[in-house]
Design a protein around this ligand. Structure first.
Ligand code: PHE
Length: 502
């Protein structure tokens, strides 16, 4: 039998009776541990060795843990300082004890809270008393830290280790130890004699120049061998989803809109025929900004929107006949939807007057005073879009969504009749969560009413929607809680590993 040199070395170093670890074999053969591991897996695949894997948890001191091994745990230092100041007889002011213990910065809080937890004494009205019966010398946390520092396994309860872990004084590192043993076939091979083939691990310029590459034998790659995980920076799942959404919509003939995050109520609500006394426009729901009112709104447009609100628009329009104030319309708030951008573009102030057919979209942040829960964040990305054309129907809307979501592998969206002050008809979109099977709302849509398009000067149909990017990401990644995706509670492992599928 012929085997590459390094495999032969490992085979010869392995034993049929004892497990030998990769580290031992590396020592004996002078090969690098990763070379031994690679060779061991190759030999295993040939049936000549078995490879056993033992997962071990090793405890290590953190820098802070090491510091306390040298200087003592802060609470123990506090106790000793208290004893030195006779705080076992009479309460001593905390400042003095802390000074005597030479504690400063965060160590003070750490000392105080653990002092109390361990029953070392009492802290009352700024004075400290130590309990003479407490015995910091028998402190199990300190004992465990010293044992670790001495390279020993601490002989304490699991709970003590957990506590040290939560205090950030130890860290638990997981490692895999591999060991090998010869199989019968391996023993037979060695008895029958194995010859080493010289193999070359990589093509070098010399091999190429001399033409020697033609004759040498190359080491085979073992693509299944373990390798260290290299983690680089990567684009966040939401950004990847947003980029993909943009690509899809551009592919469907849409152009991108842009505009302010902080906008006047006029663009956010009034243009949308949202009555000024609508609950969504109260301070409960609005992130109002304490800035100057917006003055650069076309005067004529304001008058037309006001008319739609007060008296109605169109032949049988009837308006709200409720109070309407221009002052309120000019107030500035964080936009609760990006339909404000659609209003700006449809009105023509964002660019040239638009002639049908037109398609526009944006994937931008919106802000809502919602209660945080698995499907709600205070800010999220809305996929806004609209199509302006003659004679649009709900069928056109449904078809557009079906085509859009199909690009993400979502083929089972459902539609539910809905109400929006600005669209008629309106409907919500639902998608089934791949993990929980729950129907989650993924968007809202409709055909703009005449009260919206009329004042804007648009005299054909406009169908429009707002879809939630995060909800789409939940469907494509399987995330069950929107807070795993972004925000302070984001799940780093999830973000590292999540695939955006489409
Ligand atoms: N503005 C709506 C929302 O935020 C979405 C929408 C936009 C609905 C345009 C219909 C038309 O839910």
């Amino acid at each position: 039998m012929r085997l590459p040199e390094r495999q032969l070395a490992v085979l010869e170093a392995a034993s049929a009776t004892d497990k030998r670890t990769v580290a031992e074999i590396a020592d004996e053969t002078g090969l690098k541990p990763e070379t031994v591991t690679g060779a061991a897996f190759d030999l295993r695949d040939e049936g000549l060795l078995t490879v056993a894997e033992d997962e071990t948890e090793t405890l290590a001191l953190t820098d802070e843990g090491r510091e306390y091994v040298d200087d003592g745990l802060p609470e123990v230092r506090l106790y000793r300082a208290g004893t030195a100041l006779d705080a076992d007889e009479e309460p001593v002011s905390m400042g003095r004890v802390i000074g005597e213990a030479d504690l400063g910065g965060p160590a003070v809080d750490i000392a105080l809270s653990n002092f109390a937890r361990k029953g070392f004494g009492r802290i009352d009205s700024g004075e400290l008393t130590v309990d003479a019966d407490a015995d910091p010398d028998a402190d199990t946390e300190a004992a465990a830290l010293s044992a670790l520092a001495a390279g020993e396994t601490p002989n304490v309860d699991e709970a003590v280790i957990d506590r040290l872990d939560s205090r950030g004084l130890v860290s638990v590192e997981e490692s895999t130890t591999r060991s090998v043993r010869l199989t019968d076939a391996g023993v037979d091979a060695l008895m029958g004699g194995v010859e080493a083939t010289e193999t070359v691990a990589e093509v070098t310029p010399e091999l190429l120049a001399s033409g020697e590459w033609r004759d040498v034998e190359f080491t085979e790659y073992n693509v299944e061998a373990d390798a260290p995980t290299a983690r680089g920076g990567k684009t966040h799942v939401l950004r990847r989803t947003a980029d993909r959404v943009k690509d899809v919509l551009v592919g469907m003939g849409f152009q991108e809109m842009e505009g302010p995050h902080a906008d006047s109520d006029f663009w956010i609500n009034d243009c949308l025929f949202m009555p000024q006394d609508h609950p969504a426009r109260t301070h409960w729901d609005r992130f109002a900004l304490d800035v100057d009112p917006m003055d650069e709104i076309p005067e004529e447009l304001i008058r037309r929107v006001e008319r739609a609100h007060r008296d109605g628009w169109g032949e049988d329009g009837d308006g709200y006949h409720s109070p309407w104030s221009e002052e309120f319309a000019r107030e500035v708030a964080l936009r609760g939807h990006t339909t404000s951008l659609s209003m700006r573009y449809l009105s023509g102030i964002a660019g040239a007057e638009l002639e049908p057919p037109q398609r526009y979209f944006s994937v931008e942040k919106v802000y809502r005073n919602d209660t945080l829960d698995p499907t709600h964040l205070l800010e999220f990305f809305q996929i806004e879009g609209w199509v302006m054309a003659e004679d649009l129907s709900v069928r056109d809307l449904m078809g557009t969504f079906e085509e859009f979501y199909r690009q993400f592998g979502i083929t089972d969206i459902r539609f539910k009749p809905h109400y929006n002050p600005y669209t008629e008809p309106s409907f919500e979109l639902f998608g089934e969560h791949p993990e929980t099977g729950e129907e989650i709302e993924i968007g809202n849509s409709g055909v703009f009413r005449e009260e919206v398009t009329g004042p804007l000067g648009v005299d054909c149909d406009v169908m429009a929607w707002g879809l939630a990017l995060e909800r789409l990401a939940m469907l494509t990644t399987g995330a069950e809680d929107i807070r795993d995706l972004h925000g302070t509670l984001a799940d780093i492992d999830f973000l590292r590993n999540a695939e955006v599928s489409y």
